[in-house]
Design a protein around this ligand. Structure first.
Ligand SMILES: *Cc1c(COP(=O)(O)O)cnc(C)c1O
Length: 227
């Protein structure tokens, strides 16, 4: 990558951080209460390293294999780095996911919860866990259905898992706000304080509706060739 391209990733990142802070203040919220998860899927070290050098410490990846290929080298010696899994998890990848990730945002079915409980017990290392809610009840989308969320959260607790947060990806062709509001209601009635919602196109709206984590990819790194 040229110096110009590096500069533009870092300058877009600065712009996004400023917009996050503004959106938080507009909503009477502390900007420090909103964490930017820089979604680096499909991007390589040459794009990620300049952001790390600029101070970004929280990154999101959607594939276990891709994260395994990229991150051990990138994060070596960076103690405060936090890597989030934001894509679907297969139970046969639970062991690798527990080893690689600091946060797994996509716990969404009993089989995954059971596999994670087992691997966490074995590894003696526990990533933070969020439950993904399929707020739009879309067939093709991962996540527990909204009406099944309370029971699933109880099931996770009975397995000894602590669920810190909820995550959603609203349907692309609908207004996001009812989905963000629904996620907030499910979190509130279950005593959960972390809400991962909002992406490049709608993170300000998500912050207005209580997001503690926004997952922003293309607005920082540029359009992806293949997602
Ligand atoms: C890719 C992805 C994002 C980031 O999307 P952008 O529109 O590029 O900001 C956020 N969340 C999830 C789950 C993703 O897969």
């Amino acid at each position: 990558m040229t110096d110009d391209a590096k500069l533009s990733v870092v300058s877009r990142w600065n712009e996004i951080r400023a917009r996050i802070a503004r959106a938080a203040r507009d909503a009477n919220r502390d900007p420090a209460a909103v964490t930017l998860v820089a979604v680096s899927k499909t991007y390589g070290a040459e794009d990620i390293a300049p952001l790390m050098a600029a101070g970004q410490r929280v990154f999101g990846e959607n594939r276990v294999q891709e994260a395994k290929a990229k991150w051990p080298a990138l994060r070596a010696g960076v103690a405060d780095l936090s890597l989030h899994l934001i894509g679907p998890l297969q139970s046969n990848k639970a062991r690798e996911a527990v080893e690689l990730f600091d946060v797994i945002e996509t716990v969404d079915r009993p089989r995954i919860a059971e596999a994670l409980a087992e691997e966490i017990g074995r590894a003696g290392k526990a990533p933070r866990l969020y439950v993904q809610v399929n707020t739009g009840a879309e067939d093709q989308k991962a996540g527990v259905l909204p009406q099944e969320a309370d029971a699933f959260l109880a099931r996770c607790r009975s397995l000894g898992l602590t669920i810190d947060g909820l995550m959603c990806i609203p349907p692309v062709d609908e207004q996001a706000s009812p989905h963000f509001a629904l996620l907030g209601m499910i979190a509130e009635r279950n005593g959960i304080g972390t809400l991962s919602m909002g992406m490049s196109a709608d993170f300000e709206l998500a912050i207005q509706l209580g997001a503690t984590h926004v997952r922003v990819g293309s607005a920082i790194f540029g359009a992806r060739q293949n997602a």
